[in-house]
Each structure stands twice: as C-alpha cells, then as structure tokens.
Design a protein around this ligand. Structure first.
Ligand code: DER
Length: 236
C-alpha cells in the first residue's frame, strides 16, 4: 500500500543517511515503521558491529528476527543513534508518541541517545504544524495503575476534552498493560500549539502517579517522512 511504501522509503533513507560505520550502539523504537529500520540494518554486511537496544517486547523481537545483536539499556546507557516512529509531528519537531503503548522505554532510550531520528509515513506530519490535529486519540500517558481515577480527574481539570484508560478492546478484557506493567491514559487536549507543548508536558509529568508522557519535546534531531508521491522529505 501507499502508506507501507512510504514507511519503508522513510526508514531506508534514514538508515542510509545516518548510520555511520563508527557507530556501535543503536536504539530501535517500536511500531510498524521502525520494522523497516531493523530490516535495512539487517541487510548490512557489517551489521555484527552494532549492538541494538530495544524499546519494548516488540522492538526486542524486531532486533532478534533481523539477526541483530541484542543489548540492554542497563549495559549500554550511551547510545550513538536511535530510530523510532511517531504518531504526529509538529512544526518544532515535537512529537506525540505512545500509540503503541511503548512510550516509557522509547523515551528512556531516546534520552540516552546522541541522535534521535524519527521515521514516519505522510499521515504523521501535522497539517497545521500543531500536535493533536491528525492524531485524534489523545496524548498517551503511562501511569501507575492505582492512580488512574485521580489522574483522570486532574487531566479533566487541566482541560482535557476527553480522557480515558486505554482498553484492550477485543484483544483483552480490561486495560492495556504496558511492558512495564502500567496502564495508559489517552487524554485529548485538542490542537496544541508548538509553543504550548513543553508546558503541557511538564504539567502532566509532575502529576503523582504519572510515569511518563507521550510528548517528546526538543528531543528529535531529524524526521524522515515518506510522502505520498514516493519521495522522502526531512525536517531538522
Ligand atoms: O508508540 C509509538 O510511539 C510508536 O513509535 C508508534 O506510535 C509509531 O507508530 P507506527 O510506526 O506504527 O505508525
């Protein structure tokens, strides 16, 4: 499909442009776009020189299924480069992440990375440059399970038009449980101007019970977007 092709083009271009032979430790994100990042690295003749750090169970499987060396963030807290997906990208390169409920380990790995590269299909670039325009599911927030009623109340007091614990849907009765054993709350604040993202992130992050927030502020070095016409555009 056009979307899958655009994911692949963005991911391949990002790896080809940024993966230097001098790099040793590579962070691998989560989701369906980063699948092509792992695939591309798996094609390299010198792939055994890299140690790949996962951002969750699916990411770990990606590393193993592409014959890449698996490392842990405990052993390798200094990461040369991380490639990851995003749910939406604004004009300041802030991103919403957490659509796949992996935001905590994604942010941990990104925070340990010298370079943090986002790869995405054309649906992820915000049409108005504001977060919360195309991505209408809300800001994903990873929380301590026992705190969910308290936090839902506080988020609504903050002005969330909608906030709810992410359900497992037909896959699982009850809430989604993250790789860290936590719940996810999705909180919809409508369109968020780039200048407001940091303030909103900090307000949510400091609520007791919040583990982390799916707003990555001033973390992204460069984005690779696969466009509908088959080209790849970059920002940053
Ligand atoms: O959950 C995340 O942040 C993932 O990176 C995810 O949102 C990316 O999704 P996709 O690559 O499957 O579109």
């Amino acid at each position: 499909s056009l979307v899958e092709q655009s994911k692949k083009s963005a991911a391949y271009q990002a790896v080809d442009d940024n993966l230097k032979p001098s790099y040793k430790i590579i962070g691998i994100g989560s989701g369906s776009t980063v699948v092509y990042v792992a695939e591309r690295i798996g094609q390299l003749s010198n792939k055994s020189q890299f140690t790949c750090i996962p951002t969750g169970f699916q990411s770990k499987q990606l590393i193993l299924s592409n014959g890449l060396k698996l490392g842990s963030i405990e052993e390798f807290p200094n990461i040369d480069i991380t490639f990851d997906g995003a749910d939406e990208i604004d004009s300041d390169l802030n991103v919403i992440k957490g659509g796949g409920a992996c935001l905590m380990q994604e942010k941990l790995v990104a925070s340990c990375s010298k370079k943090f590269i986002i790869v995405a299909d054309f649906r992820k670039k915000s049409p108005t440059g504001q977060l919360g325009v195309n991505w209408r599911k809300g800001v994903p927030i990873e929380i301590i399970p026992a705190s969910y009623t308290k936090i839902l109340k506080e988020l609504k007091e903050f002005g969330a038009v909608k906030a709810e614990v992410r359900s497992g849907g037909s896959a699982k009765a009850g809430p989604v449980i993250t790789d860290n054993g936590m719940f996810i709350i999705d909180a919809d604040f409508g369109a968020i101007p780039p200048a407001e993202v940091s303030k909103l992130h900090n307000k949510i992050k400091f609520l007791t019970g919040v583990v982390d927030v799916g707003l990555f502020v001033n973390m992204v070095e460069k984005t690779y977007i696969g466009e509908e016409n088959g080209s790849v555009s970059t920002m940053g």
